[in-house]
Structures are given as structure tokens and as C-alpha cells.
Design a protein. Structure first.
Length: 260
């Protein structure tokens, strides 16, 4: 099983570990595309703070994030699972998993990123600010920048198993499973059951809980139908929309009664 996660806008501070080693990151087929984004992002933030703030879509109060980007090559690093914070990652709570669940997380979780493309939670990265929605002056829109390298690398990472896609729309734009792989992919919405509406906070929190429950249970669904069964066994209320045509992903709605 491969689980695709969005990053968080907020991130923990860079660690005290060794600086970034790009050659040590997973998915080395993305290395050239990563280097291009890193080079332009560092140069932009070092050369023109005001332009960088505009390009990155930062408010005045987040101006300090630009200095963080300038130091990307020299700042300390931490595992990506510690760098990403926010509602989904709080609910997932990787640090409290037992050893077996942590091993499953290391194998199965991929976090998408405007800067790195995608990383595993064990990859050591510095804290940064660069969303997938950014359009860099040289490279252009990052979603488009990542499509070709992702199309080369991600099918191999997915292998023959299930892909559970929990990304937001901006990050989903960087890679869309196709063909047989799409048929082994399930996307998830979390809906407030009484209203059938998506509410951002508990959408993220519930997705974090779903991933945590799969990791802690040791469940290993082979495909979308098995995933539906596994989630129901774990206590989640799931409605299913099977694909109408070949080469399409399954759509799952997880229903939640309480907003928390």
C-alpha cells in the first residue's frame, strides 16, 4: 500500500542534524527536478525579499519564511515526519506509533511537496516554505514542473499494490495515476454525515486518523475493495463510488457525525 499525503503549510523548525543531503532522499529519479526548484527558490529568496514574498504568496507576518528558504542548503534537518505539523499530522501522531507501525509508515507514506516533489517520512529535510501552487519566475507552475518526473518515478514506487490518495487538489495536480494503477487507487473525502459537506479541519483530522488506524492495525488491503472492508472493520462509516469506466480511481466518502 502506498499512501499519498499533502504536506502542511506550517512546519516545525529545522533540526540540529546534518544539513540537507539531496542524494540521501528517497525517489532519486526526482533529483534533477528537486535541484531545479531548490536552486531557483534559494536564489529568489536571497536576491529579492519582496518579490519572493509575492511569488510565495506570503503575508507580511510570514516574511521570516523567506530567510528560512535562503538557508535551505545549510540548515539542520529532521525526518520529514517531524517537519510536517498541522491537523492531519497531529491526528496521525507518528511519534507515538509502535515500532512495527513506524516501519509500515516508513514504507508506505509519501508526502507531496512543491519543493521536494515527494518524500518519505524518514527522509531528512530542513523546514521550508514553498507550496505546490507557487509559480516560480523561471520554472513556472510547480504542479506542471513535477508532472513529467512524477510520471516516471511514482508508478514504480506504487508497485502492484493499493494507492490511497489523500492529497488536496493542488498536490494531486502533480501526479495522477493512470490505467491499471488508477484502478488500484482510492481517493477519500471526509463528509459531515448530517450535512454531507466537507469541513476542512475535521477532513484533515479524520484522514490522519484513518492512516493511523491502518498503520496500527497492520491492515494491508490489496486494492480499493479490500480497503473499504478494512476501514469498515476499523469502525469508519464508508460509502463507495465505484469507477464508471476502466482506468478510473475509486471514490470513497468517510462519514463523520461529530466535528472535532
Amino acid at each position: 500500500m502506498l499512501v499519498l499525503l499533502p504536506p502542511s503549510e506550517g512546519k516545525a523548525a529545522s533540526g540540529r542534524g546534518a544539513p540537507l543531503k539531496p542524494e540521501g532522499l528517497s525517489l532519486q529519479g526526482l533529483a534533477t527536478a528537486r535541484a531545479a526548484v531548490l536552486d531557483e527558490l534559494v536564489e529568489l529568496c536571497a536576491a529579492d525579499e519582496e518579490k519572493a514574498r509575492e511569488v510565495l504568496g506570503l503575508s507580511e507576518g510570514l516574511r521570516g519564511e523567506i530567510a528560512k528558504n535562503v538557508e535551505l542548503r545549510t540548515a539542520g534537518t529532521r525526518p520529514a515526519g517531524e517537519i510536517y505539523t498541522g491537523v492531519l499530522y497531529d491526528a496521525l501522531d507518528l511519534a507515538s506509533l509502535d515500532a512495527a507501525a513506524k516501519r509500515r509508515a516508513a514504507r508506505s507514506l509519501l508526502v507531496f511537496s512543491g519543493l521536494w516533489g515527494a518524500v518519505r517520512v524518514t527522509d531528512r529535510i530542513p523546514s521550508y516554505r514553498c507550496s505546490m501552487g507557487v509559480k516560480l519566475p523561471g520554472l513556472g507552475a510547480l504542479g506542471a514542473h513535477w508532472r513529467a518526473p512524477m510520471a516516471e518515478v511514482l508508478p514504480q514506487a506504487a508497485g502492484e499494490g493499493l494507492v490511497l490518495d489523500l492529497r488536496s487538489a493542488a498536490y494531486a495536480s502533480a501526479w495522477k495515476p493512470k490505467g491499471d494503477l488508477a484502478e488500484r487507487t482510492a481517493t477519500v473525502r471526509v463528509l459531515h454525515a448530517p450535512t454531507r459537506k466537507v469541513v476542512s479541519h475535521f477532513n484533515k483530522a479524520t484522514k490522519g486518523r484513518i492512516v493511523r488506524s491502518l498503520l496500527t492495525s497492520g491492515s494491508a488491503p490489496a486494492g480499493p475493495a479490500d480497503l473499504v472492508d478494512a476501514l469498515r472493520e476499523l469502525g469508519h462509516a464508508v460509502e463507495v463510488e465505484r469507477p464508471a469506466k476502466p482506468g478510473r480511481a475509486w471514490s470513497l466518502d468517510v462519514l463523520v457525525d461529530e466535528i472535532h
